[in-house]
Design a protein around this ligand. Structure first.
Ligand code: PHE
Length: 347
């Protein structure tokens, strides 16, 4: 009999060796200690034993049961520990592993150009002012001495904002040039005035490699009692050198703007053919980056500045154009597509 108890204990020990989860442990518990287990059967049969055998066998049975229970309990503790170790291992972080490299952002090429332009003009004593992208016909055309029948006013060229019940003859529009800021500043300030303003403009242009329905300009305006065309020349010459380098060649080309007289276009030597003529500069050897001139007296009259006493120069340069030239980019649209592969190279 004793030998049999010993065997049962051995069987439990062997079964427990392979048990490594709660489910297996519960199965072992019910097959060795449950109602239908051999041990329980033996307990049920205790009553049929003789009176002097019963206490001895009963004691043995109890001892065996306790031993089995404590073996199972011990294994339960071990499994608990095993579970804990597994969780720790699965969730642990190896602090010695190299981390994920964070993606570092940068400034868009247009923003870089804008900041460079601002730096250049700040050192020359210009203030930076902001303008509105939504303007009216008066500030975009009339005050800038643009006649009512000027082609730029056409809806084919300028985006008008249609308002319900709009009976005014001063329609709202998306400004087609930053020259609107000249008017706003001169309406509210008397000379000396020395400002630049950078911002977005809109024209009804079909997008292609050199056109976009929106683009960016820097407007400059300097009004004083002795400002001359030579000052304009010096400022733009200095700007070109600072922007494109010492050996940059530039020129003024006579032109017409309603709001400046005399007027000129400002050209830079073609970076591609260096003047020999190529497809980028349309065989001219030059690339246009903006317009400039002396403020027309009619503009002074419109804004309430004494045109007998004051003179001034103004210029408007294309920031997108400057950026294309600076980075030798073939197509303006690349600046607005936000292709990360392109931006990564220049940001
Ligand atoms: N506003 C003009 C344009 O958009 C440029 C310009 C600005 C010309 C100031 C002269 C003076 O083409």
């Amino acid at each position: 009999m004793e030998k049999h108890f010993e065997e049962l204990i051995q069987q439990v020990k062997i079964a427990l060796i392979d048990a490594d989860n709660d489910h297996q442990l519960n199965n072992i518990k019910s097959s060795f200690l449950g109602k239908k287990s051999e041990l329980m059967n033996m307990m049920k049969k205790l009553g049929s034993l003789s009176a002097d055998e019963r206490p001895r066998v009963g004691k043995q049975l109890n001892l065996t049961k306790q031993k089995m229970e404590s073996l199972i309990q011990q294994r339960a503790h071990e499994i608990e520990k095993l579970k804990y170790d597994r969780t720790i291992q699965a969730e642990s972080i190896d602090l010695t592993m190299p981390g994920l490299q964070p993606q570092i952002g940068g400034l868009h090429p247009l923003t870089q150009t804008q900041r460079k332009i601002e730096d250049i003009f700040i050192t020359l004593g210009f203030d930076i002012v902001e303008g509105n992208e939504i303007e009216d016909e008066y500030h975009n055309f009339d005050a800038l001495n643009t006649p009512p029948n000027h082609p730029a006013r056409n809806e084919m060229d300028t985006f008008y904002i249609k308002r319900l019940q709009d009976d005014s003859n001063n329609r709202l529009l998306l400004r087609s040039q930053t020259s609107t800021v000249q008017v706003r500043i001169m309406e509210n300030n008397q000379p000396p005035i020395k400002i630049i303003s950078i911002g977005r403009c809109y024209r009804n242009d079909k997008p292609d490699r050199s056109h976009s329905p929106f683009f960016h300009q820097v407007e400059g305006l300097c009004v004083n009692d002795n400002t001359t065309f030579a000052d304009l020349r010096d400022i733009l010459s200095y700007f070109a050198t600072m922007m494109f380098g010492n050996d940059i060649e530039w020129r003024f080309r006579p032109h017409f703007f309603p709001f400046t007289e005399p007027s000129a276009e400002f050209d830079i030597r073609c970076f591609s053919c260096k003047g020999a003529g190529c497809s980028i500069c349309k065989q001219s050897g030059w690339l246009e980056i903006g317009g400039a001139g002396m403020v027309d007296p009619n503009v002074f009259d419109a804004v309430g500045i004494d045109s007998e006493r004051f003179t001034g120069y103004a210029f408007g340069l294309g920031i997108d154009r400057i950026t294309l030239l600076k980075y030798r980019l073939p197509d303006i649209r690349i600046l607005f597509e936000n292709d990360v592969r392109f931006l990564k190279q220049l940001c």
